[in-house]
Design a protein around this ligand. Sequence first.
Ligand code: OFO
Length: 228
Amino acid sequence: MILPNDLEDLLELDLFLDIQIGLGLFFPKFSLNQIKGVNYYLCCGYETIKSINMISQRIEAQLNEQVKSEAFSSQLYLAMASWAETQGFEGVAAFMYKHSEEERAHMLKLIKFVNERGGHAIVPALEAPTSKFDSLLPLFEELLSHEMEITNKINELVHATLEEKDYTTHNFLQWYVSEQIEEEALARTILDKLRLIGDDKGSGLYMFDRDITGITAKSANDATEGTV
Ligand code: OFO
């Protein structure tokens, strides 16, 4: 049997040699060339399966963009936590510190997925987030608008996986789709409460800061789903 040109490359693979020895033992009547031929097709099948399961360059690049977005979310919420702490809003600070950790977990989940699928997750450089806020209302408005941007990015990514027929990544991203629905709903609920407080900046904000601790405890439990 005449063997294809890239056989030389395949011969360098341990896998190829192991299979070849196995074939030789089980089929002692085969000629060496027959064994090499069978082995070649087995290895090609293996390579094909491996390449089917690998992410495309386009999806790898977009997932890496998402790594950057989740990393930035984590930094932004950390900056919000720090500001709230300096203003005496301990409840809001605890909420934001926890939220920052959750976003880091979302980033790690993506990094591990990209690497497991044969890509290379890149740890990105980040711009500094806003560090000062006029009050709690604009802070939470920024949080909601940031989460809406993230939702759009996740949706674009999901769309790209369908175009690339990458159903594994599509399935993986469903967790992020659900997470975004929850996070946007939570941000809207918090904003509603802040708008109800309106001009009652004293006791209203005091009670808001105290009550957000309950939301923090709930989201801390939910966050375990996002950890890797
Ligand atoms: Fe907004 O949570 Fe990450 O994705």
